[in-house]
Design a protein around this ligand. Structure first.
Ligand SMILES: *Cc1c(COP(=O)(O)O)cnc(C)c1O
Length: 433
């Protein structure tokens, strides 16, 4: 399988090049040159298939002959080393729980696969590789965990200072060794801009081999397709017949892009819903047809605080850059902090099921938009324990038990490196690493 930039079809590269370059020469993102459809045998077997077999079949066409079968099998076993259960929230509404990995968020899937793919594809003679990542919260922890102690790879994580939870900050700053955390005085978009500047800086790249582990890296997106197959298979087992509606809580729109790629491989899904928080660029786009990046608004679902989602161009390209085609399979809605809070309270009081703020946004929108003849699931992207502070304000009666599970307070004893949003400081840092 070759990969090409979405801006033009001129540049066509191998998986390895797409993984290590992160961004194409013109600054756009890579996409697989084609999305193959899986055959009918696969879909007949799918409801009974084991997760690792499913992952192998889904990913095989995308790695082609660059990764041999035995290595791909090992990678999927190491990536999907935790369960991905479907939990019934109410009649015809399920949560697909993606948060049982080591950092309790769905980003573990992409980070674990990408680190193993990079370590496998990295030429033995290569110079030290620097993985440079901006995070709005969860990416950093997943990347830090997924790459910790991987030989020959240094990881630099930029996060917006004071805008992520203590738990997230702990996950990013505690590994140490080859994991370098930097608190940026600014927003997630500032962090992302600095990372993009580094990638576009030819002088820097002559001296340092930098690559990305953000959701702009296609190597993170590919394994995320797998759990949509797993979710649809689980619905087929418990409630066969109707293809489910899938609602995805979205920030940078990587997770939804993976879902739509799975659909293009033939996965039976009725339609998709994107749930955003107050950062509503995509819902506005779907209603007006005009894409206007906005500055980031801080919400209680902070991993989705993104004002200019970088994967949206990929999603749009999958639908031939045609707004009508996009509207046929996707609707979107913006969910306020108030509605997120009410949903967490209501679902807990009615069913005993605790949602994190991101999953709650998707749950609210799915329930609101599901027709009488429809059924569906939302993806639960983080464990509620990661957002104990939010839950504490909403459900004081459960906060104590979450805090106990949460372990000791995360008083960060180590001093954390901070940096202004200036690219030149980052550049100096990378040159000295
Ligand atoms: C990153 C994240 C999202 C948003 O995912 P995208 O792929 O960026 O759209 C949603 N929920 C949680 C918990 C996240 O960490």
């Amino acid at each position: 399988m070759n990969y090409q930039n979405i801006g033009s079809e001129k540049e066509s590269v191998s998986l390895s090049q797409a993984i290590f370059k992160g961004l194409a020469d013109d600054g756009t993102l890579y996409m697989p040159q084609s999305i193959p459809r899986l055959n009918s045998h696969f879909f007949e077997d799918m409801p009974q298939m084991a997760l690792h077999d499913m992952a192998f079949e889904v990913l095989k066409p995308f790695v082609g002959d660059e990764v041999e079968d035995a290595a791909l099998r090992r990678m999927v076993e190491q990536t999907f080393s935790f369960p991905i259960p479907l939990h019934a929230v109410q009649e015809k509404v399920w949560a697909l729980e993606l948060f049982h990995g080591p950092t309790h968020a769905f980003k573990d899937v992409g980070a674990r696969f990408l680190s193993r793919l990079m370590s496998f594809l990295r030429p033995q003679s290569a110079d030290k590789l620097v993985v440079l990542t901006a995070t709005s919260g969860d990416t950093g922890g997943a990347v830090a965990n997924g790459f910790h102690k991987v030989p020959g790879i240094e990881v630099v994580v930029l996060f917006p200072r004071g805008k992520i939870s203590p738990y997230q900050q702990h996950q990013i700053t505690s590994p140490g060794e080859n994991i370098h955390a930097i608190a940026v005085e600014g927003s997630f978009d500032d962090c992302q801009r600095m990372v993009k500047q580094a990638f576009n800086d030819a002088a820097l790249r002559e001296k340092v081999t930098v690559t990305s582990a953000n959701s702009i890296n296609i190597g993170r997106l590919l394994p995320q397709m797998v759990y949509y197959f797993q979710g649809v298979a689980a619905v087929q087992r418990v409630s066969p017949g109707r293809a489910p509606v899938i609602c995805v809580p979205s920030g940078n729109f990587g997770n939804l892009t993976a879902a739509v790629m799975a659909h293009r491989m033939g996965l039976p899904v009725k339609r998709f819903i994107a749930a955003t928080n107050a950062n509503d660029v995509v819902p506005r786009f779907l209603s007006t047809g005009i894409y206007t990046p906005l500055s980031t608004i801080v919400t209680i679902a902070n991993a989705m605080d993104v004002g200019d989602p970088s994967n949206f161009s990929r999603l749009y390209a999958l639908l031939n850059n045609n707004t009508e085609q996009l509207r046929e399979i996707l609707s979107a809605g913006s969910v306020s902090d108030d509605t997120i809070g009410l949903t967490i309270q209501e679902v807990y009081k009615k069913t005993g099921y605790l949602l994190d703020p991101h999953s709650a946004a998707a749950c609210a929108l799915l329930k609101q938009s599901l027709g009488n003849d429809e059924q569906g699931f939302f993806v639960a992207t983080a464990h509620p324990r990661k957002f104990a502070e939010v839950i504490e304000g909403l459900l004081p009666e459960v906060s104590r038990s979450i805090n106990e599970q949460n372990g000791p307070n995360f008083v960060n004893k180590k001093s954390i490196k901070t940096m202004s949003g200036s690219y030149n400081l980052l550049k100096d840092y990378l040159l000295k690493l």
